[in-house]
Design a protein around this ligand. Structure first.
Ligand SMILES: Nc1ncnc2c1ncn2[C@@H]1O[C@H](COP(=O)(O)OP(=O)(O)OP(=O)(O)O)[C@@H](O)[C@H]1O
Length: 259
């Protein structure tokens, strides 16, 4: 069988903070249209890996290549964003006093490659895209609501919608379901699976129930290194993972899983 095409490759990445190696020779390959979960105990280096990919942190050694042969290791954050890698942080960065639709309009105007002169001609088509995006993020009947009045989950979906209007090839999400209700969490999982039909996603996540429900492939990090990669079943069967990660969470996890 042929290998799926990769959209991102991180090879032997090392990150040092004042001599402390937060990442130690980490490699990760992401396929086109893949929804990948990055898990591991606190301090494993998950967020730092996202920082490396989006250009916020420069690795001291190693290489990151995007879309085949584009070396993004030394590129600046805005250049990487323009190439098509979008990063969403934990706190939503929406404009609370504007409506849902206005927030999406702002995102659309920031879209890479859209020239002001073309904007008028594209408007009808762009309006359609915004409406489609609204449907996808489940906020179609709230387009005129003030974004600041949305629930926590809805704010996160709006921000995901804003990212999508910039048409990234890769979305990097840090704990997207933190603070969400169970219902919102499930909706988010379904949304991510839908997005992954067209784009690739890396999700850093602590909520194991969420990962179990929606992950096909999981990467486990520990002390800045790759510990295990595979299906959730592979990962759960691995003794080293149980020891360093799942074991530590087993009690808290068991109480959630019985629900
Ligand atoms: N800017 C920084 N300066 C110094 N040390 C840092 C910096 N950023 C992260 N670290 C350290 O690097 C290690 C990895 O941190 P990172 O935030 O990537 O882990 P994580 O797996 O995302 O953890 P968590 O799940 O708790 O968010 C930690 O020991 C952290 O304290």
């Amino acid at each position: 069988m042929s290998q799926p095409l990769s959209i991102l490759q991180c090879n032997d990445v090392t990150v040092e903070f004042d001599g402390f190696k937060a990442i130690q020779g980490m490699s990760l390959t992401l396929a086109k249209g893949e929804l990948r979960f990055l898990i591991g105990p606190n301090g494993a280096g998950k967020t730092t890996m996202l920082d490396v990919i989006c250009g916020k942190v420069r690795p001291s050694t190693g290489q990151v290549t995007f879309n085949g042969d584009i070396d993004i290791t030394r590129k600046k954050e805005h250049q990487i964003a323009e190439l098509g890698i979008g990063r969403k942080f934990q706190a939503p960065s929406i404009f609370p006093s504007m409506t849902v639709l206005e927030n999406l309009e702002i995102a659309l105007r920031q879209r890479r490659g859209v020239f002001a002169t073309l904007f008028a001609r594209l408007q009808a088509e762009e309006q359609k895209r915004m409406k489609r995006q609204l449907e996808m993020i489940g906020l179609a009947d709230q387009e005129d609501s003030r974004a600041g009045g949305l629930s926590h989950g809805e704010k996160q979906w709006l921000e995901i919608g804003m990212m999508l209007l910039q048409e990234p090839d890769i979305l990097l999400l840090d704990e997207p379901v933190a603070g969400m209700t169970d219902k919102e969490t499930d909706k988010t999982g379904e949304l991510l699976q839908e997005i992954a039909r067209e784009r690739s996603i890396v999700v850093v996540e602590h909520d194991m129930e969420f990962v179990r429900s929606f992950a096909s492939k999981v990467t486990v990090m520990h002390e800045g290194k790759l510990l295990k990669e595979g299906t959730m079943e592979d990962v759960q069967r691995d003794d080293r993972v149980a020891e360093v990660y799942l074991g530590k969470r087993r009690d808290a996890d068991a109480s959630r899983s019985t629900a």
